[in-house]
Write a protein that binds this ligand. Structure first.
Ligand SMILES: Cc1cc2nc3c(=O)[nH]c(=O)nc-3n(C[C@H](O)[C@H](O)[C@H](O)COP(=O)(O)O)c2cc1C
Length: 359
């Protein structure tokens, strides 16, 4: 019996009997419990982690042990980082955190579509707020790269967004290797309007003047897959002019036609139906940016081949969320091994040699 069968036969049916959010909380509990059992975590770590010097890379001056990260939204409080950082990921992106604590939308707000390997969520940035997150992170040991993804508090007016983002970055920069400005979640009213070119420029300039000189980590910006290609390219030009460090493509989509069902839930769609669009955005972004700034590719990655394809489309790093729910905890091992096998077979010594090779 291989590792994936153990997940498919035993753990997944158990998790999928629970509501998605309860399953998430239950797995958090299991990880906490497991950490108290001698040898449990070292064994799990050995089974989920694939190590190879070929997978290492330096992006924005940061050393990544491998190109795979856990995408934002899985660890909204920072409390899962100590576990996720031992489960095969080269980086973990925490958040979205907002300036102030908020409960998010009423439950249920997360839905599975197993036939499509998809999720729809309308969580609405439920998170403990940046002050509490700083407390959660302050005593943790940082073993893999940690990104902090920041968004806007729902009750803060859109015109005052910059102050809210800056508050989170100011409080959390000492615990992070990179920051993310999230302007692409569909569940905070008005947030995506920050992606229009002029508003985007103003937001970033305002955040920069709020932060002044005292901000030192690289900042990425995360865009939606629902932008037109023209809007995406305009925003990429703006991102270069604003001297941000990189882009994350993409967040969830509001286009649910590919689910092929009558009344999908409200919220953002992630997983397999997003793969093609997110891959296409990575490709056109890479062609446009020509390697001037890095791309983190996310959306619908659920196998080693998907991750490899995303890197060949132009992503320097990749992330997963929904694929992890459907494929389970050994997916990071499988993804890293597939990429390493490809590098070995093609006599490449590092990831950077294949970034964008099929763009
Ligand atoms: C339940 C859930 C919550 C999410 N929350 C956030 C979030 O808080 N901030 C963010 O930038 N992205 C969030 N995302 C989007 C993911 O980071 C990712 O961009 C998207 O799901 C596409 O990747 P996937 O197809 O591998 O899931 C969330 C996704 C899901 C499924």
């Amino acid at each position: 019996m291989n590792r994936n069968t153990i997940y498919d036969l035993f753990l997944k049916p158990l998790f999928f009997r629970l509501s998605p959010e309860n399953a998430h909380n239950f797995s958090h509990g299991l990880l906490e419990l497991g950490d108290k059992i001698p040898f449990f975590f070292p064994t799990l770590q050995a089974l989920t982690t694939f190590t190879s010097s070929r997978l290492e890379s330096i992006v924005c001056g940061i050393n990544f042990k491998n190109p795979l990260g856990m995408a934002a939204g899985f660890d909204k409080t920072g409390e899962l980082y100590p576990y996720l950082s031992r489960l095969g990921f080269g980086h973990v992106e925490i958040g979205t955190v907002t300036g102030e604590a908020q409960e998010g939308n009423p439950k249920p707000r997360l839905f599975r579509y197993p036939n499509s390997h998809a999720l729809i969520n309308r969580m609405g940035f439920n998170n403990p707020g940046s002050e509490q997150m700083a407390i959660n992170l302050q005593s943790q040991k940082k073993s893999v790269v940690r990104g902090i993804n920041a968004g806007k508090t729902k009750l803060v007016n859109i015109e005052d967004s910059a102050k809210d983002y800056a508050k989170s970055f100011r409080l959390l920069q000492k615990y992070s290797d990179y920051g993310v400005i999230n302007i692409s979640s569909p569940n905070t009213p008005g947030l995506r309007s920050l992606q229009t070119r002029e508003t985007y420029r103003k937001l970033i300039n305002d955040i920069k003047s709020e932060l002044g000189e005292d901000f030192s980590v690289p900042i990425f910006v995360k865009f939606a897959p629902d932008l037109s290609e023209k809007e995406l390219l305009e925003n990429l030009d703006e991102t270069l002019e604003l001297k941000l460090s990189g882009v994350i493509l993409t967040n969830t989509t509001l286009d649910k036609t590919s689910l092929g069902i009558d009344k999908p839930e409200e919220g953002g769609l992630s997983g397999r139906p997003l793969k093609e669009k997110a891959n296409h955005f990575t490709k056109i972004a890479f062609q446009h940016l020509k390697g001037k700034i890095p791309i983190i590719g996310v959306g619908g990655i659920e196998s080693g081949q998907d991750a490899l394809e995303r890197i060949q489309s132009g992503a320097n790093l990749v992330q997963i969320y929904t694929g992890y729910i459907y494929k389970g905890p050994f997916l990071p091992f499988d993804i890293c091994k597939t990429i390493d096998d490809y590098l070995l077979k093609n006599k490449k010594s590092s990831i950077s040699e294949i970034v964008g090779e099929r763009a």
